[in-house]
Design a protein around this ligand. Structure first.
Ligand SMILES: Nc1ncnc2c1ncn2[C@@H]1O[C@H](COP(=O)(O)OP(=O)(O)OP(=O)(O)O)[C@@H](O)[C@H]1O
Ligand SMILES: [Mg+2]
Length: 240
């Protein structure tokens, strides 16, 4: 079997925010299919990398999606090419119902995966008429993931810390949903919970202070306690 093709190639991404050089030449590839993990300690630039891919922050360098350069495109054009973003704050429309939140995510011409979304998150179907602002954090995370999964022609999902602040049972549900989602989509996942990352991710990119410090296989990183500690800090010491 040949290696899966590169779906997204990030080259020499540089981001300055408030005159700080936040991303300092970040380069990595995301293979098509499955989940690639973007890891690293707090404040190293993980969220900024996702925002840089989408064009939500000014950046230099190159982001190539399926062979096409995207850095000159507007954010909405990058989204239309199939880059979906699930931000850390989930960003659901609190005053709208679950169903309205999903309808707003529909893209004209895209095949809609309501069957998949409601299979993964039956609660959302039961709560279709409920205002999203009255949902629990875990349920809001499900709405956010569902919106990204809905458009069947999305090429890659950028998912930022989906399990943060959730109860263990809800974490397990979100992990299962991500696992299923990765059967139909490519996911670039930022995850601070290392046991969650280890259970989901295949390829790993680690950032440290705005630069890539490790690229490789998740088992290589997590299987070597000293290596994991060096790249991920003390938090890595106890995981697995
Ligand atoms: N709008 C901004 N203006 C100035 N500095 C910023 C801005 N946004 C982020 N930063 C800084 O950029 C650095 C990287 O932030 P970023 O949010 O990308 O890190 P992160 O790896 O996602 O962190 P966390 O694990 O806390 O989510 C941090 O030092 C942060 O303080
Ligand atoms: Mg972040």
């Amino acid at each position: 079997m040949s290696a899966p093709a590169t779906l997204l190639a990030v080259r020499d991404l540089n981001v300055y925010l408030a005159e700080s050089h936040i991303l300092q030449g970040v380069s990595f590839d995301v293979r098509a299919g499955g989940i690639t993990g973007l890891l690293g300690r707090n404040g190293v630039g993980k969220t900024t990398t996702l925002r840089g891919i989408l064009g939500l922050v000014p950046r230099t360098g190159s982001v190539v999606l399926e062979g096409a350069e995207t850095t000159k495109l507007a954010v909405h054009e990058i989204v239309r090419r199939g880059v979906a973003y699930v931000p850390e704050d989930r960003d659901v429309f609190a005053g709208l119902t679950v169903e309205e939140n999903l309808r707003l995510a529909e893209r004209a011409g895209a095949p809609l995966r309501y069957d998949l979304v409601y299979e993964l998150f039956p609660e959302l179907e039961q709560r279709a008429a409920q205002k999203a602002g009255t949902l629990s954090g875990g349920q809001q995370q499900m709405v956010a993931l569902a919106r990204a999964l809905l458009n069947g022609d999305n090429r890659i999902l950028l998912v930022d810390e989906p399990t943060k602040g959730l109860a263990p049972l809800v974490v397990r549900h979100v992990v299962e949903a991500l696992r299923r989602a990765a059967e139909v989509a490519t996911i670039l996942l930022v995850e601070q919970n290392l046991s969650v990352a280890h259970s989901l991710v295949r390829d790993v990119i680690v950032l440290d202070q705005g630069r890539v410090s490790f690229i490789g296989d998740v088992d290589q990183l997590m299987g070597d306690a000293a290596l994991a500690r060096r790249h991920l800090g003390l938090a890595a010491a106890g995981s697995h």
